[in-house]
Design a protein. Structure first.
Length: 309
């Protein structure tokens, strides 16, 4: 699809017109970058870098499909960031890492928030994407999530279209094998979270165990500065997770239900500051996965529209 130009004739876009056309694509580019990076801050930085590259392009009229051009440029920027991140990392991602969640009210207050919800992906899937190789992640995200042709992705990863297709296929298998399924019905999710919150607030251990799947997993990411019992941890099993939930019941007492990415979740706010955000996966009326971000530094950076953030 040709985006055309601002003047109706050959030549570059006028600066204001170019900025306007870029803004029309910003939400899409943020979605691409967020899936690539799992970080709202880095995604914003990647989108801004895309704008800088566009604004420095001498002949913007030569860009026949502006949306496609912007998408692949954003993908290339994100790929460079992922490769740099991988090169710096001394150890692989551990079982406590939780990507930045997207948090909003259960009832969106404007169409833009509703659109973001409809276009979001779960925290559990983002966790799986973190374990892909950078090139695999790019091929999977651009092709499977945004329908970018392999012929357009291949130059970004510096491989043939056939090899790029194999990258996406390999990533697809890993995602299929690792990403947990979750009941998409928000009403049923709310019922399960209601039961969890009531049991935690009431100190009812057996009721907590009953609402948790026997093999439930908990990832709690408290960052590098928090130590002791409140530090990062990975737990498995209903009774073990229930014991932890009772230990931190005071946070549940301060929690309320919100949308976390594409599902219901919980946010705990104490003295006007978020203490934790929890996403869950639910299947068969029980919680199968819990993804808790309690890193104070990262929570302070999260945008929380409609929640005072």
């Amino acid at each position: 699809m040709d985006d055309g130009n601002a003047t109706g004739e050959r030549g570059t876009f006028a600066p204001d017109a170019l900025a306007g056309r870029f803004e029309a694509h910003r939400g899409h580019l943020k979605a691409v970058a967020y899936r690539m990076l799992g970080s709202q801050t880095e995604a914003d930085d990647a989108v801004q870098e895309t704008w800088l590259r566009l604004s420095r392009t001498e002949d913007t009229d030569a860009i026949g499909n502006l949306g496609g051009w912007l998408t692949t440029v954003t993908g290339r920027i994100c790929l460079d960031l992922l490769r740099s991140r991988t090169a710096r990392r001394e150890q692989p991602i551990d079982e406590t890492f939780v990507p930045d969640p997207v948090v909003g009210p259960v009832a969106p207050t404007d169409p833009e928030q509703e659109a973001l919800r409809a276009d979001s992906v779960g925290v559990a899937l983002l966790v799986v994407l973190e374990h892909l190789e950078p090139d695999e992640r790019l091929a999977f995200v651009l092709h499977d999530m945004f329908a970018v042709p392999f012929d357009d992705i291949a130059p970004v990863v510096e491989r043939s279209p056939a090899a790029t297709r194999q990258l996406a296929s390999r990533a697809r298998r890993r995602v299929r094998d690792a990403a947990p399924s979750s009941d998409p019905d928000l009403g049923r999710q709310k019922q399960v979270l209601d039961a969890f919150m009531a049991a935690a607030r009431g100190g009812d251990f057996e009721a907590l165990v009953a609402v948790l799947h026997p093999d439930v997993t908990l990832r709690a990411d408290a960052g590098t500065l928090v130590r002791g019992v409140a530090g990062s941890k990975a737990l498995r099993g209903a009774r073990t997770v229930a014991e932890s939930a009772l230990m931190f019941a005071r946070y549940t007492a301060a929690a309320r239900q919100v949308m976390v990415n594409d599902s219901m979740g919980l946010i705990s706010i104490v003295d006007g500051r978020p203490q934790s955000v929890m996403a869950v996966t639910i299947s068969g009326g029980r919680i199968t996965g819990m993804y808790l971000l309690a890193d104070p530094e990262r929570l302070d950076r999260l945008a929380m529209p409609g929640l005072g953030g």
